[in-house]
Design a protein around this ligand. Structure first.
Ligand code: G6P
Ligand code: ZN
Length: 543
């Protein structure tokens, strides 16, 4: 087998976004496009001679082709060993788990997360470091810089490997170990949770409906819920991964997970519903006729974590992304533990988790996780809820409402304006930025602005600073409106508007969210002149 050195030239726009490089499949299929990016990762790491890497993806269209290319490039660059999930599959949290457990150099994850898949849809690739978490900005910046100067890449000329059979094979001088993508992950979950308690819950007739959305969590959910925990067959729906997610959009929200919402709000609903996204790191949780907002889920998990074996010593601290509601802040205050506010993007939790300053983290974008891995983790979140329900004997709805009675309720909603013109979106943000300094003291309905800024984060562990992370308008009452542009889309721009209002209770805790937020929603639209800039009078997704 020979190693080929192929001349190439840079492609524009290979800048990793919130979570890696995401583009249309067609873009990745441009000859040299994937190769340039992969070689840039290797080069930015200072070479990968002797390295040991984990490789896998969410099984979306092009996963199989990209895996073979990356394996041959790794072999050509002197990588000693690659652990790859069978058939090229690994959920994002499982990849994080495998990297950490095997003390690997890092890993490459192929996914565009919650974006749709198929020949006309999205693909993505990202590098995770030895802690199992998304590479820090200084590495992604170095990768990007390299993509702009790259002039050649290396590739082993070899036939494709059969990734269907478990075991060890060689590719050139490189060892390739094909592993069961679920094995290490289940073992970790068994360490964290009281599987006996959850088993008894199911034995007692508790019903769960887990919607895998034709994505990667299907095999994990079947092995864990229906296998290890004894839930009846059929607990997992849409459980077979497909390259285009059954034609759906694997983002667990009220719009795209409609099947699940219909079941949970319909007659004879199961006790709990949950769904995960394309690569298995997101989650949503529902009870009978009850949707748990992700920000509330984080707060409820933080408040009850002590009943779960892995967290029975208490939490060192919690962290949430800036646009996530302040519900968890109230739990942290009551527990007298620190609560960190970070920019959007799981990578910002990495240092806090590594330094032992935060134990649980979460984001409004349906992400919750802990220090057990360095990615958010959909199945973990479902197991947290199940373990807590098993210990407390409570229902999802009762746990949530009793949480509000104790801590008050942060009414919260996100309005997305998808695929708007990119320039119009930039102009909207610029216009808003320009008026921030005049806002404090201004009155909108019942609300008076206390602070308005463009969020900047200074990492308490390494001192690195991330600026321009979203515009916050905070009112004297504690209500907030936050604006930012999505970092994960592949078409135009997506404007996200996050709206939050705190009600201490005991009155007013059970209102409809959109109604409770209506005046603030109007203010949010006026402040940013959304209709004028985008031509849209309604958001495309409300969650
Ligand atoms: C990915 C990241 C999350 C982040 C989300 C934000 O899922 O893993 O950590 O919260 O993107 O997406 P956005 O589209 O709002 O930039
Ligand atoms: Zn995801």
């Amino acid at each position: 087998m020979t190693i080929k050195t192929v001349k190439t030239s840079p492609f524009e726009g290979q800048k990793p976004g919130t979570s890696g490089l995401r583009k249309k499949v067609k873009v990745f299929q441009t000859p040299g496009y994937l190769e340039n990016f992969v070689q840039s990762i290797f080069d930015a790491l200072g070479g990968v001679e002797g390295a040991s890497l984990v490789l896998g993806g969410d099984g979306r269209f092009y996963n199989d082709v990209a895996i073979q290319t990356i394996l041959k490039m790794a072999a050509a660059s002197g990588v000693a060993r690659v652990v790859v999930g069978q058939n090229g599959f690994l959920s994002t949290p499982a990849a994080s788990c495998v990297i950490r457990k095997g003390k690997h150099t890092g890993g490459i994850i192929l996914s565009a997360s919650h974006n749709p898949g198929g020949p006309d849809d999205d693909f993505g690739i990202k590098y995770n470091a030895s802690n199992g978490g998304p590479a820090a900005e200084k590495i992604t910046d170095a990768i990007y810089a390299r993509t702009q100067t790259i002039s050649e890449y290396r590739m082993l000329e070899a036939p494709d490997l059969d990734l269907g059979a478990l075991g060890e094979v060689t590719l050139g001088d490189m060892q390739v170990e094909i592993v069961d993508p679920v094995a290490d992950y289940i073992e970790l979950m068994e360490d964290l949770f009281d599987f006996d308690a959850i088993r008894s819950l199911f034995k007692g007739g508790f019903r769960l409906c887990f919607d895998a959305m034709h994505a990667i969590t299907g095999p994990y959910a079947k092995a864990i819920f229906e296998g290890a925990l004894g839930a009846p067959e059929g607990t997992v729906i849409n459980g077979d991964p497909s390259p285009n997610f059954g034609g759906g959009h694997p983002d667990p929200n009220p719009v795209y997970a409609k099947d699940l919402f219909n079941i949970m709000f319909g007659p004879d609903a199961p006790n709990m519903g949950a769904a995960s996204d394309g690569d298995g790191d997101r989650n949503i949780v529902l009870g009978r006729s009850t949707y748990v907002a992700p920000s509330d889920s984080l707060a409820v998990l933080a408040a009850n974590a002590q009943v779960v074996p892995a967290y029975n010593q208490g939490l060192r601290g919690v962290a949430r992304s800036m646009p996530t509601s302040c519900a968890v802040d109230r739990v942290a205050a009551a527990m007298k533990i620190p609560c960190f506010e970070t920019p959007t993007g799981w990578k910002y939790f990495g240092n806090l988790l590594d330094a032992g300053r935060a134990t649980l983290c979460g984001e409004e974008s349906a992400g919750t996780g802990s220090d057990h891995v360095r990615e958010k983790d959909g199945i973990w979140a479902v197991l947290m809820w199940l373990n807590i329900l098993a210990e407390t004997g409570s229902s999802v709805a009762d746990l949530l409402t009793s949480h509000w009675r104790t801590y008050g309720r942060n009414y919260y909603s996100r309005h997305d304006y998808e695929a708007v013109d990119a320039r119009a979106a930039q102009e909207l943000m610029a216009a808003l930025r320009a008026k921030l300094s005049n806002l404090p003291g201004e009155q909108f309905g019942d609300e008076t602005v206390e602070l308005a800024d463009d969020f900047s984060y200074s990492d308490p562990v390494d001192g690195s600073v991330a600026s321009a992370q979203g515009i916050r308008v905070i009112f004297k009452s504690g209500s907030r409106v936050v604006y930012r542009l999505s970092g994960t889309g592949t078409e135009g721009a997506t404007l996200r508007v996050y709206i939050e209002r705190y009600v201490a209770g005991p009155e007013g805790l059970n209102e409809d969210t959109q109604e409770a937020l209506a005046p603030l929603i109007e203010t949010a639209g006026e402040l940013a002149e959304i209709a004028k800039h985008t031509g849209r009078t309604e958001p495309s997704v409300i969650s």
